[in-house]
Write a protein that binds this ligand. Structure first.
Ligand code: SF4
Length: 293
């Protein structure tokens, strides 16, 4: 019997030169995700990254796995399709705050209520970096950018509260420079049976000079050190997010008895779609056609 050599971090890396600016928070998210996959011992060929458009959408190019670089805001439906086609795969959707919480917002909300077994990593830098610095859905009120020269007059999206209110079963927030905690969050998210949102504070060092590493180091509260914090308590989670204006890190909420979307489908069968007969029963088909006549 031949034994497989143990996986190393090199197995999750590619030779693609990095496109990101030096110091970009996305480097920390990439490193944490690679480490999480290694520590979970998930072989690269069992991972599919579905990435959106934006600086963060490049992440799939840097991880040795299957990678779909999809269109703007469409990570959710593509990731769901991959998961339904092969439920054995670890499916990770990844993108930025603009991709996920603006053009992708409709898909995001429906993914939350459906609860497919997908991990969604949002690299949140509160600005559009790829298009050179416009206000994004998570930009702070008053934030001056090229598109808001007199300061943003819009209230920012609160993704964590929105997710919990919509029925999310796993909600967490990490910080790209807090590697140890981010790795543990990502491991828990991948292991969670259902949809796992990991909003990751990932500073844009080029275009966001307000929400910097130092800003977050001064303002973030670590839920892991908060006495009595229980991530299975949904009301406590929402209350804490409101009290701290979402400036927290850690697992915010986790529903222990989550059952993924694909397991609740009528006629659920565990094997991949490719291994199933997809022939339509002619009697059922005729009945369906007749119902429209
Ligand atoms: Fe990162 Fe900002 Fe540079 Fe984009 S523009 S790579 S988000 S630092």
């Amino acid at each position: 019997m031949t034994t497989q050599p143990a996986l190393t971090i090199a197995d999750y890396k590619t030779d693609e030169p990095s496109w990101w600016c030096p110091g970009c928070g996305d480097f920390g998210v990439l490193a944490a995700l690679q480490k999480a996959l290694l520590e979970l011992a998930i072989p690269p060929e069992m991972v599919t990254i579905v990435a959106g458009i934006g600086c963060s959408g490049k992440i799939g190019n840097y991880i040795n796995s299957y990678n779909i670089h999809t269109t703007h805001g469409r990570t959710m439906p593509v990731a769901l399709g991959v998961k339904l086609a092969n439920r054995a795969l670890t499916v990770i959707a990844a993108g930025g705050d603009g991709d996920g919480y603006a053009i992708g917002m409709g898909h995001f909300v429906h993914a939350l209520r459906r609860n497919p077994d997908i991990t969604y990593v949002v690299m949140d830098n509160q600005i559009y970096g790829l298009t050179k610095g416009q206000a994004s859905p998570t930009s702070m009120e008053g934030f001056e950018t090229r598109s808001t020269p007199q300061g943003s007059i819009e209230h920012p999206v609160r993704p964590l509260q929105l997710a919990i209110a919509t029925g999310a079963t796993f909600v967490a927030q990490g910080f790209s420079s807090k590697q140890k905690q981010l790795v543990e969050i990502l491991k828990a998210a991948v292991q969670h049976r259902g949809f796992a949102l990991v909003n990751t504070i990932s500073p844009c060092v080029t275009f966001n000079k307000v929400n910097t590493y130092d800003y977050f180091k001064a303002h973030l509260t670590d839920l892991d050190t908060m006495p009595g914090y229980d991530p299975t308590d949904r009301e406590l989670a929402i209350r804490t997010l409101i009290e701290h204006d979402e400036l927290v890190t850690g697992i915010v909420y986790r529903k222990p008895d989550s059952v993924p979307f694909e397991d609740r489908l009528p006629g659920f069968r565990a094997e991949p779609l490719a291994a199933q007969s997809l022939e339509v029963d002619p009697v059922d088909f005729e009945r369906m056609v007749m119902s429209f006549r």
